[in-house]
Ligand binder design. Structure first.
Ligand code: NAP
Length: 540
């Protein structure tokens, strides 16, 4: 890498919720000289890429899936639905970038193709695909927890001659399904949001399902002016509540299932089902995600709802999930199960009828040929670790992240990695990520990163690095939390189980509020678990 012409205090990679806030915080609140890069053509991260039909937030209410730090932003942005669609969220992020004058410091359509730590200079050297070289003392990786797409490697898939779209890389131009026979592979959050919308337009839709899913009615509705006004008025308290209550300003149930009769419990599940959203999960009884017996009861309740909704008994049977409720990402849908009552929708259960091969005209399963015009891959992501490995920074001694993370995604606090000084991650492995509100999680993490940088500036320190010992303690801590729940018993992307050959490791922190307390404690203890080096020269 040639000698960099440009030097920054910090380089931020990514301009989704986390990256945009990091740029704003480091530049405008700490006064650092910051440059950001994004391979996409605009801001938005996930919301720039995932523009498939039906894409919308699955948060309990849109005002809480948003930046929380600025009362002005809260006051001026008019959320109109409880669960906003992708175009609205993208507009919101564009508004944020304009309002805080961030665009001038973001270079779009530019991929960072190499990042190496220079130990003597105590800074990162960056190379972009447009041939620029730059350096920065700090590298902030806001590269997205759900960015690297997972494409199935079925024999002949590349021979398919029709159009093929991945939900995570949806085209920016209109996709018409009118008069088309569409095949959809994948029934996670993306597939379950897209299928009802595609079915409204297409001539025929065949859904190829590997694992049936628990999906709850989203019950998206207009957000009343009164609710919005109240949120604005109470914003400070709501923000504190979000921070304390796992990302959302709602209390979770303290009711004990053992103190209610089966009839009372059933009535409670019905009420929460009618309320929609994640209430069945968080507001039923204590321990739904850790008590197998209670979980079985809730699972069966949802299976009953599926049986009631889907009129064809064979189809309903294929749609019944058989793992613990909530241990794969719970999905909020807008008429997903009802879609199977349409004449133009068919379901293929890949567990009894696997895909054998693709052809130019479609695909062949064990018992049938399926001719299709359009293939939609809703097959998810190499989540959390995938985007960091895609960047593959090289740390001390030129050791790459791919080498370091060969068999385990060792890190400290989900935000730093031993051997990679001055590098920070937002929503890295072991951070709360999707188990907390992503925008608030990004804000809190970026602020913590800013605090660490400020500490170093004040003390004239040149590098900060997590110790391997701290990584070990951290690993035990997050896995200890996960192992007290039912999550590890299910094959999910949370466990890395959706990607062949990926190490099995729980990829999130299940107690988001506690996690952010831990970040604070570590800082207050003088950045426990980190080693600092004095600045080797003038910190540029
Ligand atoms: P996903 O949850 O990983 O779902 C992928 C689907 O594709 C699963 O049904 C999976 O089956 C199937 N699949 C993968 N490989 C396959 C193969 N080779 N053959 C057949 N089927 C295959 O991915 P996603 O739906 O894109 O969602 C990922 C995450 O993004 C979500 O969990 C959520 O956190 C986030 N998300 C959020 C929203 C929102 O509303 N806010 C919307 C979309 C996504 P298996 O289950 O058997 O692996």
């Amino acid at each position: 890498m040639s000698n960099p012409a440009e030097h920054y205090d910090a380089i931020v990679i990514g301009s989704g919720f986390g990256g945009l806030y990091a740029l704003h915080h480091l530049r405008d609140q700490l006064g650092l000289n910051v440059r950001a890069f994004d391979g996409a053509g605009g801001v938005g991260g996930t919301w720039w890429y995932n523009r498939y039909p039906g894409a919308r937030v699955d948060a309990p209410s849109s005002p809480f899936y948003a930046y929380t730090f600025s009362q002005e932003m809260v006051d001026e942005w008019e959320w109109t639905e409880t669960q906003s669609g992708q175009p609205t969220i993208l507009k919101y992020l564009e508004h944020f970038a304009e309002r805080f004058d961030l665009l001038k410091d973001i270079q779009f359509e530019t991929w960072v193709v190499d990042a190496r730590y220079d130990e003597a200079a105590q800074h990162w050297l960056i190379e972009t695909d447009s041939g620029q070289t730059l350096s920065a003392q700090f590298l902030v990786c806001a590269v997205g927890a759900l960015f690297v797409t997972n494409k199935p490697d079925y024999p002949g898939i590349d021979d398919f001659a029709g159009d093929c779209y991945h939900t995570g890389r949806w085209p920016h131009e209109e996709v018409s399904f009118s008069g088309k026979r569409v095949g959809v592979i994948g029934t996670g959050s993306s597939g379950i949001q897209a299928i009802p919308e595609i079915a409204k337009e297409a001539e025929h839709v065949t859904v190829f399902q590997r694992t049936p899913q628990y999906s709850l009615p989203a019950r998206n509705r207009p957000l009343s002016k009164e609710d919005l006004a109240r949120y604005r008025e109470e914003w400070d308290d709501l923000r504190t509540s979000m921070r304390r209550r796992g990302g959302w300003p709602f209390s979770t149930s303290r009711l004990r299932a053992s103190e209610a009769s089966p009839e009372e419990r059933r009535a409670r599940y019905e009420k929460l089902w009618d309320e929609g959203g994640i209430h069945l999960s968080i507001n039923s009884y204590v321990g739904v995600l850790s008590d197998a017996e209670l979980n079985d009861e809730v699972s069966e309740f949802v299976r009953d709802k599926i049986r009631e909704t889907v009129t064809d008994a064979d189809t309903a049977a294929k749609l019944l999930p058989d793992y613990y409720f909530g241990t794969k990402r719970l999905i909020l849908d807008n008429g997903y199960f009802e879609t199977y009552n349409r004449d133009n929708v068919a379901l293929v259960d890949l567990r009894s009828e696997p895909i054998e091969a693709f052809t130019a005209e479609g695909l062949r399963t064990k018992n049938n040929e399926h001719e299709i015009d359009v293939l939609v891959l809703a097959t998810g992501f190499d989540a959390v670790s995938g985007s960091m490995l895609n960047l593959n920074p090289k740390g001390r001694g030129g050791v790459s992240l791919k080498e370091k993370w060969d068999d385990r995604f060792d890190n400290y606090l989900g935000a730093t990695i031993a051997g990679f000084p001055n590098l920070f991650m937002i929503h890295g492995p072991g951070a709360p990520g999707v188990f907390f509100t992503m925008p608030l999680g990004g804000e809190l993490t970026a602020s913590w990163i800013g605090g660490c940088i400020q500490h170093m500036r004040d003390a004239k320190l040149g590098s900060v690095e997590a110790s391997e010992e701290a990584e070990g303690i951290w690993d035990a801590e997050i896995n200890g939390i996960a192992n007290r729940t039912l999550y590890p018993q299910t094959k999910s992307w949370y466990m890395g189980a959706n990607i062949p050959g990926k190490p099995r490791q729980f990829l999130g922190h299940l107690r988001g509020s506690h996690y952010f307390d831990r970040l604070t404690e570590v800082a207050e203890a003088g950045y426990e678990g980190f080693t600092f080096e004095p600045a080797s020269g003038e910190v540029r």
